[in-house]
Design a binder for this molecule. Structure first.
Ligand code: FRU
Length: 502
């Protein structure tokens, strides 16, 4: 793990070196404990510098790969690379060298990765199938010249479990038809009813999702566009995902995720989703209301892992825990951005329709080191990394406050038919005018029966009723929150103190 590498190095400033000439982050001495102010202790962060979207999430031979939009030279967005980390349990992460670097075709924007088991591309073998990354090339020269075709799709492949990558010589594999926003390919292998299969790419094209298909990952044919007039169009469509999801009663539906920026329910970036059917060419939604994956301000561009073993059966998700409204100015150093907790997605029936629930993966329970019952309305926290399990009193409004001795506090409350998260006095808030806001999630009659809340220094993730509604939110207290106040809850609630993963 990176921490171990760093601990053995005696320098004040050092450069992490790797076996090849890949760009690697400069890491300061202060980074070696992963313990700077606001540094998440059980969420993935790059050691140093800028990160945005998770990319190319794929499982292979016991390893969950997490690639991510990364700029290794600065703490603000710049020429994009794919950073890389792996985990065997979705909880502990090992940082690996940058996987894919920009080239003459452009920066490496968001995309996905698959395992080409049948060797349809010819880039690996059936015995050792290639891991294939499909990403967007963003050509900064074309952009500067104000051309419309500067985003294209390219591929790179690895035959050594994602450790080294080769760009495909025939890139780009999908040229731009003259639409400025043409990006973020999410590719999956889709089986037909006759058992045959093909690759399907969901691509964000300005204000629609275009579906392409391919027999071999190299040649792509446009199949259809999806852009119903009732969807959310407050900003550009980005980072789609298309997959099947099962409900507990066995019902199976197709789900399409579309991140949009701006235009989220609480400002800036957010992810809307559609539930319906995909017939191999067209997606059709079975509802006409806008559905949001997360009502907090800080869960964007999230997508799901491919190639998760069938015996596992879960649809595993991770998002970028930030918002383009302020991501580049949040008060963290020498890194910027974390991922959300990994979540397992489930289809749940709510009223007459279906909805996507997000649940923290069960593996996270390994973080618990002690559990205390909270029996009063107020409790002093023993430590700062916590998971709360709270039971609101049926039918009541409730309020939870976390505060520190400096008077910094965050409030979560049910008020009428809304769940309200107030971070206006939560700590450092004035680095961007759009940060210090009160966020509301409409409950639409949903009864809040349980709350599970994870606090990790600079984030709060709130799961209502086992993930039926979620709010993911950043906060930057200048000291840890040390006091918890509860009103409107049952008498017994639980607090788990959690371990750091570093
Ligand atoms: C989403 C996004 C993607 C793009 C990437 C660039 O946050 O804008 O559409 O590929 O970030 O870093």
């Amino acid at each position: 793990m990176i921490k171990n590498i760093l601990q053995s190095a005696p320098f004040l400033f050092l450069i992490l070196t790797t076996s090849c000439d890949q760009k690697v982050p400069e890491v300061q001495e202060s980074t070696k404990e992963f313990n700077e102010p606001h540094r998440p202790q059980y969420h993935f962060t790059p050691a140093a510098n800028w990160m945005n979207d998770p990319n190319g999430m794929v499982y292979l031979d016991g390893e969950y790969h997490l690639f991510y939009q990364y700029y290794p030279d600065s703490t603000v967005w710049g020429p994009m690379h794919w950073g890389h980390a792996i985990s065997t349990d979705l909880v502990h992460w090992e940082h690996l060298p940058v996987a894919i670097e920009p080239d003459s075709l452009g920066y490496i924007f968001s995309g996905s990765a698959v395992i080409d088991h049948e060797n349809t591309s010819g880039l690996g073998t059936k015995e050792n199938p290639a891991m294939v990354a499909i990403y967007t090339y963003h050509d900064p020269v074309g952009e500067k010249e104000k051309r419309m075709d500067f985003q294209t799709q390219g591929i790179a492949f690895s035959t050594d479990k994602g450790r080294t990558w080769t760009k495909y010589a025939g890139n780009p594999v999908l040229k731009n038809p003259g639409i400025k926003d043409f990006r973020d390919p999410k590719v999956s292998w889709i089986k037909g009813e006759d058992g045959s299969g093909k690759w399907v790419m969901a691509l964000a094209v300005l204000d629609r999702i275009s579906f392409y298909s391919s027999p071999n990952l190299l040649d792509w044919t446009l199949e259809s566009d999806f852009n119903p007039d009732w969807a959310a169009y407050g900003g550009v469509w980005e980072c789609p995902d298309l997959f099947q999801l099962k409900a507990a009663d066995g019902t199976e539906k197709w789900v399409l995720f579309v991140s949009i920026n701006p235009g989220g329910p609480n400002g800036g970036s957010a992810t809307q989703y559609f539930i319906g059917d995909f017939d191999g060419k067209n997606f059709s939604a079975e509802h006409e209301d806008v559905k949001w994956l997360d009502y907090g301000a800080d869960n964007y561009a999230g997508v799901t892992w491919s190639n998760v073993p069938e015996q596992d059966g879960r649809r595993l998700f991770i998002g970028w825990m930030s918002n383009w409204d302020y991501a580049q100015v949040v008060p963290t150093h020498p890194w910027r951005s974390a991922t959300t907790l990994p979540r397992s997605l489930e289809l749940v029936k709510v009223g007459d329709g279906y909805q996507v629930a997000s649940r923290p993966v069960a593996e996270l329970q390994a973080l618990r080191k002690s559990t205390k019952e909270i029996s009063g309305e107020s409790v002093n926290l023993e430590e700062e990394l916590i998971e709360l399990e709270l039971t609101p009193t049926v039918g009541n409004d409730f309020e939870m406050e976390l505060s520190n001795e400096k008077g910094e506090k965050l409030i979560l409350k049910k008020s009428g038919d809304g769940l309200v998260f107030d971070r206006t006095a939560s700590g450092l808030v004035d680095f961007e005018a759009r940060f210090a806001k009160v966020h509301t999630a409409p409950l639409n009659g949903l009864e809040v029966k349980s709350l599970r809340i994870f606090v990790d220094r600079s984030s709060v993730e709130i799961f209502v009723n086992d993930g039926e509604m979620v709010m993911s939110e950043l906060v930057f207290p200048t000291e840890a929150y040390t006091k918890l106040d509860l009103k409107g809850f049952e008498r017994e609630n639980n607090i788990h103190y959690l371990k750091s993963i570093w």
